[in-house]
Ligand binder design. Structure first.
Ligand SMILES: O=C(O)CCC(=O)C(=O)O
Ligand SMILES: [Fe+2]
Length: 280
């Protein structure tokens, strides 16, 4: 049987739009395999016009890939604890996800992927950017690659969700709990993707605090170098949302950044987060 699914890359680095899939319908095994393969090949995939994706269907699609996460610090949607309502009201100044990060690297088993559904979008702005962390790793010198291979990093939510955090804490439209005592977890700096075997950088500006066995001050210069390196334009793509658009990204191989450039307008998204495994 031939399939109507089409995969159209949106940049040379990562990201592809998928045509011919209704995420609210029961996907055939063949369609599901194609979506999964596109996800692995392109690291973030986009679907347009998914107006029928109810909270139940959104969760059902996520469950194809793993169990669903209930965020430890941000309150979920009424009746759907696994769904985060990411809302910015017109008068709010800060936004959720407004700095480069990968979701939930502060857990022992960080998120595999996140599935974001646009409910209401501003007339301009509010785009999201992604950065391919395989490309970031591959662009490093052999010497630095070798050094980083031997390093472990400490991740925690205590900064972002602590007193000076940039996250959802100071926002009215999303209820977040302060977590100044959030636990620390160790992850390798160079992570091997569990499904493709490809290596990538796995540190990020939001949740990586320092290298294991190094002080914070010692870690800062090298971490800052990696943070600047990893966000370079040739590693990125940028997506323009419409109501009904869906993005499904791989948190094991990408960073993302939600632009906050639509003051005076409302933006409302819903996210389902798929649990992942322990990085190695
Ligand atoms: O609102 C967005 O575009 C992305 C926000 C974010 O970081 C997330 O949903 O994980
Ligand atoms: Fe995020």
């Amino acid at each position: 049987m031939t399939s109507a699914i089409q995969v159209k890359p949106i940049s040379g680095a990562l990201g592809a739009e998928i045509d011919g899939v209704d995420l609210a319908s029961d996907l055939s095994n063949e369609a599901f395999d194609q979506v999964h393969q596109a996800f692995l090949d392109h690291h973030v995939i986009f679907f347009r016009g998914q107006h029928g994706l109810t909270p139940e269907k959104h969760k059902a699609f996520g469950r194809h890939f793993g169990t669903l996460n209930v965020h430890p610090y941000v309150k979920g949607m009424e009746g759907h604890p696994e769904i985060l309502e990411i809302i910015k009201e017109p008068e709010e100044k800060t936004n959720f996800g407004g700095g480069w990060h990968t979701d939930m690297s502060f857990l022992e088993e960080p998120a595999l992927g996140s599935i974001l559904h646009a409910i209401e979008v501003p007339p301009f702005g509010g785009d999201t950017l992604w950065a391919n962390q395989h490309l970031a790793y591959e662009a490093l010198s052999d010497g630095l690659k070798e050094t980083l291979e031997g390093l472990t990093a400490i991740h925690s939510a205590k900064g972002e969700y602590g007193p000076k955090g940039q996250s959802a804490l100071n926002r009215q439209s999303m209820e977040a709990t302060a977590a100044p005592d959030a636990p620390e977890f160790e992850h390798p700096v160079v992570r091997t993707h569990p499904e493709t075997g490809r290596k990538g950088l796995y540190v990020n500006p939001a949740f990586t605090l320092r290298f294991k066995g190094w002080s914070r001050r010692e870690s800062r210069p090298l971490l800052n170098y990696l943070f600047e390196h990893s966000r370079q334009e040739p590693f990125t793509c940028r997506f323009r949302w419409e109501a009904g658009s869906v993005a499904f990204w791989d948190n094991r191989s990408t960073w993302h950044f939600a632009l906050n450039d639509y003051h005076g307008h409302r933006r409302h998204m819903r996210r389902v987060t798929v649990n992942g495994d322990r990085p190695f």
